[in-house]
Design a protein around this ligand. Structure first.
Ligand code: F6P
Length: 354
């Protein structure tokens, strides 16, 4: 019987368990045996696995986290790391490996395929939604849905106290979570890593919003660039900036309070965005990409990643997905500027009252 290993690497996100389930159920239906690699590439280096039969994944579809564990280990950065991965591939009798992850995890999968012709298939996951060659990654919808809820709760308390409230969301170098959260919660200002914060514009819009409604809401992505502040230089194993301990929301709220004189509070939603049950969208996307991954293994399409293109789930080259991040483009920025903070004076009768 042929064997497929499945691993999940990088930050976890809702949708991983549905994806594992989809891959295992489809692989089993095609006559494969599955094993789960524990803790991402770390598990492939150490050869740590667990059995993964159809019965083991039966109840995973609505659960958060990853049943296989994860890590941010990069075998290319460990002494003899890739060699150990290849040895364990042989020793475990694997015919293929399905790697579920973001740019880092899939970057390793792509290199293993290019350097050693390893039989790997990629499954895109990240709450940041910053992978190229796919329309969406699972994890994003749940993260943004949770952030919208947080934003609306903050606005409620802010309105009672006549405050400006600043919500910090994750997303690293891409502002998708902040963008969607800001638009969907009707925020008064949104700060993205794709452009430096314009403090004058932000404070003018917040003053106007506060004058109109007695409250102001800002959604800020964690890695925004605040002019005049020094950039953090510390990098992790994959070369990513390690974000400041003192979050951007706190720094922005100090600036807002100082410049506007309006009492301002901040909140960081952080890893809450990555836990809990996946939304319907993420359950369906996770399931479909997991199923497709097993089909690509069966078709021998190694070096490919599963992708969502419109309403289709297809295979694309792993190479096309990694290397460059998908960040918020100018069309989205234009939409944001149309919707957020552009409101003028109120009409006497608010829209929707007739
Ligand atoms: O890449 C996903 C992500 O959630 C980013 O949005 C965030 O910056 C990072 O992971 C946090 O990483 P960790 O879980 O290692 O703190």
């Amino acid at each position: 019987m042929k064997r497929i290993a499945i691993l999940t690497g990088g930050g976890d996100c809702p949708g991983l368990n549905p994806a594992i389930r989809g891959a295992v159920l489809q692989a089993s239906a095609l006559g494969y045996e599955c094993v789960g690699v524990l803790d991402g590439w770390k598990g492939m280096i150490e050869g740590k696995t667990r059995p993964l039969a159809a019965a083991d994944v039966e109840e995973l579809v609505g659960t958060g986290g990853t049943a296989l564990g994860t890590s941010r280990t990069n075998p290319y950065k460990k002494e003899g790391g890739t060699q150990k991965v290849l040895e364990n591939f042989q020793r475990l009798g694997l015919d293929a490996l399905v790697a579920m992850g973001g740019e880092d995890t899939l970057g390793v999968a792509n290199k293993l395929h290019k350097d050693f012709k390893a039989n790997v298939i990629g499954v895109p996951k990240t709450m940041d939604n910053d992978l190229n060659a796919t329309d969406y990654t699972f994890g994003f919808d749940t993260a943004a849905t949770i952030a919208v809820d947080a934003a609306e709760r903050l606005r409620d308390t802010g309105r009672s106290h006549k405050r400006v409230m600043v919500l910090e969301v994750m997303g690293r170098h891409a502002g998708w979570v902040a963008l969607f959260t800001g638009i969907a919660s009707g925020a008064d200002y949104v700060c993205l890593p794709e452009r430096p914060v314009d403090v004058k514009d932000m404070t003018a819009k917040l003053r106007a919003a506060h004058a109109r409604k007695g409250v102001g809401l800002v959604v800020a992505s964690e890695a925004v660039d605040i002019p005049g502040e020094k950039k953090e230089e510390k990098l992790d194993e994959f070369g990513h900036m390690i974000l400041k301990e003192r979050g951007v929301a706190e720094r922005l709220s100090e600036i807002i309070q100082r410049e506007t004189g309006i009492e301002t509070r901040s909140a960081v939603i952080g890893h809450i965005q990555r836990g809990g049950p996946p939304t319907l969208f993420d359950r369906m996307l996770g399931t479909r990409v997991g199923v497709k991954a097993a089909q690509l293994v069966h078709d021998g399409k190694f070096g490919q990643m599963v992708a969502q293109k419109g309403d289709q789930i297809v295979g694309v080259s792993l190479q096309d997905a990694v290397g460059e991040l998908k960040t918020v483009n100018k069309d989205w920025l234009a939409l944001l500027d149309t919707l957020v903070g552009a409101t003028g004076a109120r009409t006497k009768e608010p829209a929707g009252t007739r």
